[in-house]
Design a protein around this ligand. Structure first.
Ligand code: SF4
Length: 201
């Protein structure tokens, strides 16, 4: 059953936290923590998309522990394994964390400082970030959401159709850029990204 306005994350959170069901849920904190622990650093490129992470989260869910597991992941992401400044030195998962191993390749003292440098380098690689606001990712993210809002409820926009709508000089060469933008929006819970297109959650 689908309810308007209830996306995959809130649906999983309600099922797990309110009804104690054995389901995975993935918000931005859980995405980041699972990514770092099992797959490594999310910079310069995330290894899997937000959609793929739902499947992955279900695979690593400890049987009978969904409530505690999901709660612990969210808490860890909110307090210790923050986006820009992970406190690896006091993290209880340090020994089992792939991202910590990755960071160890760059510094004897892996922590948020190293990660911030990696993120800065990754962002510098994106030419759209150095141009005027109308060429920034934030601008195009807004245009994507605005366009999806104008569609009838639950209607998907095919990715191939979306490009020319949000960017006047869109070409096939922009497809990877567009997909990355869509993945970012999906990761933030702002849209539902499937192979046949995207729509608001
Ligand atoms: S060791 Fe660092 S990167 Fe890994 S989960 Fe802990 S805080 Fe996050």
């Amino acid at each position: 059953m689908r309810l308007k306005g209830i996306g995959r994350y809130p649906a999983g959170a309600i099922a797990c936290f309110a009804y104690r069901q054995e389901v995975a849920t993935v918000d931005t904190n859980i995405y980041r923590v699972l990514h770092r622990i099992f797959l490594g650093l999310e910079h310069p490129e995330p290894r899997i998309s937000a959609d793929q992470m739902f499947t992955f989260a279900e695979q690593v869910l400890p049987p009978g522990e969904a409530y505690n597991w999901n709660q612990a992941l969210m808490d860890l992401g909110a307090t210790v394994c923050s986006s820009a400044n992970p406190q690896c030195a006091r993290c209880p998962l340090q020994e089992n964390c792939q991202a910590y191993k990755d960071l160890s390749q760059y510094s004897l003292f892996p922590d948020g400082t190293v990660l911030r440098q990696l993120r800065k380098v990754a962002e510098q690689k994106t030419p759209y970030e150095t141009k005027p606001f109308t060429s920034t990712s934030r601008y195009f993210r807004g245009r994507i959401v605005d366009h999806l809002r104008s569609l009838p409820a639950h209607q998907r926009a095919a990715i191939a159709d979306l490009g020319p709508v949000i960017k006047a000089d869109y070409s096939e060469a922009d497809q990877a850029w567009l997909v990355k933008l869509l993945q970012g929006l999906a990761k933030d819970g702002l849209l539902d990204f499937q192979e046949d297109g995207v729509r608001l959650p």
